[in-house]
Write a protein that binds this ligand. Structure first.
Ligand code: ADP
Ligand code: MG
Length: 725
């Protein structure tokens, strides 16, 4: 970046530690704050008539349809509560297929008879809205002339108040469906998939004598993100428009010193995190942990796990809060999967489990998993789910940004596999051999220092290289990416597990009909599940070359990019499962595929256009300027009667590089001039022609960056963006 501008930017950065006021949330304050801006259970109980409250609770906890006659009462209570807290507007908030959130605000105010305005909110306004749906993608399900779309109140996710200095808005989580009842959003299929899973899981539980009547999927997503100074952000057109740097040479110091992970958090960043947390806390989002991540300027925030539907809404709120609060501290939050080449990208580990309505975590092995047959059955069903639906799970995390992570030796490989750890692997080996007799224990970990407590060792170590790892009492789907909604990965998992549980019960019921003893049938089924699906279990190093070969031998799928992965959504057994469990019909599923493909095409197109713009209007002018300087220097040396082979050589090298840079720019421009064909053909063209052309151009641009004088370079460098804070 030009030196004067850079000097100003850095001066501004250095002022920040004084400006940021760190207000640690005292624990007493935190508990008071938590949920203070949500229309939660406590508020509902205190403000609703008893019978209405009970009806609403039954809907929330048992999934019973809500009696429409109580909607008016709930709406009025909600409005009064909101207006008392400064709300003037309400909005139906929904999750269109784009992956972001949508909201349209309406005022509570209605003209009264005497010319004054009164705040009104009817049951109908609460339960149903009709945004103009034509500008939301429908993936070909609907043409613009039949644009009707409806939002429907989701009573299971608590409304909250979106506040700022000028007022408050009541935000009501809703589902978004078309005039024909087809799902246009992510919440509708998520709720359907949770119901489907519950039904099958309860069938399994019954066979084990459980009295549970519902099963919830629970999830806790860990969000990784970058925070960099806003001065640098605004000087990077690529960050503003594409969310990632399209040019940028690696700095001499990257993350190789490994001095960042869990390091102390800079004051300004900590202050920002605390404000984000306080805001989320008030809205009932139970954020819990924060720390530095592996890359410089990279951080993580994670909540306490919740019911997957609420967790999905809360996760969107978390991303929005990070984006919204960062500027107050002079920071920009980057949620992109790979904002900086050469340093770690960001993921969103999706911790996932199932819980019954009696409070039992179905994936908790207990102390003696070998005796916990019910756990073994659920766990073995997970193996079937991931093995059988590896393609679906891979497609669920496919997007342009994640192509930079998966398989790129920092994030999980693009091959789906399950990490079980020593203890479970050993148990499943025993099952395969015949019967389970014992559980390998972790034992006591002795540090050799008498004052330190003896630590109970976990029976299994961790494995950071696995895309799907068992971590004690839950699975962690690690291939999910930082910038995506967790809704579809959740849906995909739910469908896969639903199918596996259905298979399990059906097998056991058939055996029962044949008169087989429950224990014998379970043992036989477990063995079969392990045998059929053991190829998906991999405890080794997922980053290694050998694994790629081994996985190919095992017949596991390996799609290294979005274009190859997405068609998995249309595989017959995937479509069949979505339809059978009524999560998405064929048309609805195809719509997801089309929207994802379209998004991929738009992303690459936009990035490539931006590269051309930056090449022509930022980098090339700077390079020409330097070229002139060197040429003048060569001429001056010659005029003075001296000889310098090296300055001549410097000029030739620079000229060669500038020529290459320009040729590659032109090549990218030509590659973008491709308008015919289907979305699939476009996608393949982008992947096979445009992406390599972008890489080639970047390579030349990054080499120029290392020789053009710093004062002439028009963009902030990695060194500045990542290390000046
Ligand atoms: P780490 O993965 O670093 O060990 P934690 O053990 O704190 O971190 O867990 C990570 C996330 O997993 C947290 O958001 C936590 O709430 C979530 N989690 C824990 N138990 C469950 C569960 N039963 N179902 C879903 N998520 C869970
Ligand atoms: Mg984790």
């Amino acid at each position: 970046m030009g030196s004067a501008a850079l000097r100003d930017a850095i001066k501004d950065v250095t002022r920040w530690p004084m400006r940021a006021t760190v207000q640690e949330m005292a624990p007493s304050q935190a508990s008071k704050l938590f949920g203070s801006l949500t229309f939660n259970d406590e508020v509902q109980r205190s403000r609703l008539p008893k019978d209405v409250y009970r009806a609403l609770r039954r809907t929330i906890t048992q999934g019973e349809p809500l009696d429409p006659s109580v909607a008016d009462t709930i709406a009025t209570a909600m409005k009064d509560w909101a207006v008392e807290r400064g709300a003037t507007h309400f909005t139906h908030w929904f999750l269109p297929m784009t992956g972001i959130t949508a909201e349209k605000h309406d005022s509570f105010l209605q003209p009264g008879v005497d010319g004054r305005a009164v705040a009104e909110f009817s049951g109908r306004e609460l339960t149903m809205g009709e945004p103009d749906a034509s500008s939301f993608p429908s993936g070909g399900m609907r043409s613009t002339f039949e644009a009707r779309g409806y939002t429907a109140w989701d009573p299971t996710s608590p409304p909250w108040l979106l506040t700022n200095h000028n007022g408050a808005t009541l935000v009501i989580p809703t589902a978004f469906v078309s005039w024909t009842g087809e799902a246009l959003d992510k919440k509708t299929p998520l709720l359907r998939s949770m119901e489907a899973l519950s039904k099958q899981a309860v069938r399994v539980l019954r066979l084990f004598g459980s009295k549970a009547s519902r099963v919830y999927t629970t999830c806790g997503p860990e969000q990784e993100y970058f925070l960099i100074d806003r001065n640098f952000y605004f000087a990077r057109p690529d960050l503003i428009n594409a969310g990632r740097t399209l040019f940028g040479a690696r700095p001499p110091k990257g993350q190789e010193m490994e001095d960042q992970y869990f390091g102390s958090i800079p004051d300004r960043v900590l202050a920002c995190m605390m404000e984000v947390e306080a805001e989320l806390y008030k809205c009932g989002v139970p954020v819990k942990t924060r720390h530095n991540e592996v890359a410089p300027s990279q951080y993580e925030v994670a909540p306490i796990f919740e019911n997957a539907n609420v967790a999905t809404d809360h996760q969107m709120m978390t991303m929005e809060a990070l984006k919204r609060v960062a500027p107050k501290y002079g920071l920009a939050c980057l949620l992109h999967e790979k904002p900086f080449a050469g340093v770690n990208g960001s993921g969103k580990h999706l911790n996932w489990s199932m819980s019954d309505d009696l409070g039992n975590n179905l994936l908790d092995p207990g102390d003696t998993p070998h005796q916990n047959v019910q756990f073994l059955v659920f766990c073995a069903a997970m193996l079937r789910a991931v093995n059988r639906f590896q393609g679906l799970l891979r497609a669920a995390v496919a997007r342009a940004g994640n192509d930079h992570r998966l398989g790129a030796n920092e994030a999980p490989p693009a091959i789906m596999s399950v990490f079980l750890g020593d203890q479970l692997t050993d148990l499943f080996a025993q099952i395969e051999r015949g019967a389970v007799k014992e559980t390998k224990q972790g034992g006591i970990l002795d540090t050799g220092v008498s004052v330190l407590p003896k630590l109970l060792r976990h029976a299994g170590d961790r494995n950071r290289t696995s895309p799907f790892a068992f971590t004690g009492n839950k699975f962690e789907f690690r291939a999910v990416s930082s910038n995506q909604s967790i809704a579809f990965p959740n849906i995909a998992l739910n469908v896969a597990v639903t199918e596996a549980l259905d298979y399990v019960v059906t097998e056991l019921e058939t055996a029962k009909k044949k008169g087989q003893k429950h224990e014998t049938a379970v043992r036989a089924l477990l063995r079969k599940l392990v045998k059929d699906n053991k190829r998906i279990v991999f405890n080794g190093n997922g980053y290694s070359e050998e694994w790629v070969k081994d996985a190919a031998h095992r017949g596991l799928l390996n799609f290294t990019n979005t274009v190859e992965a997405l068609p998995q959504l249309l595989e017959p057994e995937v479509v069949e499962a979505f339809e059978r469990y009524k999560v998405l019909n064929g048309r609805e599923l195809r719509a997801r595929y089309e929207v994802k493909l379209e998004t991929y095409n738009k992303t690459i197109n936009m990035e490539a256009q931006m590269m051309v713009l930056m090449a022509n209007r930022y980098i090339l002018p700077a390079a020409f300027q330097y070229q002139t300087q060197v040429a003048q220097s060569v001429a001056a040396v010659k005029a003075a009667g001296a000889q310098s082979k090296e300055s001549r050589r410097a000029l030739d090298e620079l000229t060669g590089l500038i020529d290459a840079f320009r040729t590659r720019t032109q090549k990218l421009v030509r590659a973008l001039d491709n308008h015919d064909g289907s979305a699939e053909q476009h996608a393949r063209h982008f992947r096979q022609v445009v992406v390599p052309a972008m890489e080639a151009l970047r390579d030349a641009g990054d080499r120029l960056e290392t020789i053009v004088p710093h004062g002439m370079w028009p963009l902030p460098t990695y060194r500045e963006m990542l290390f000046i804070k």
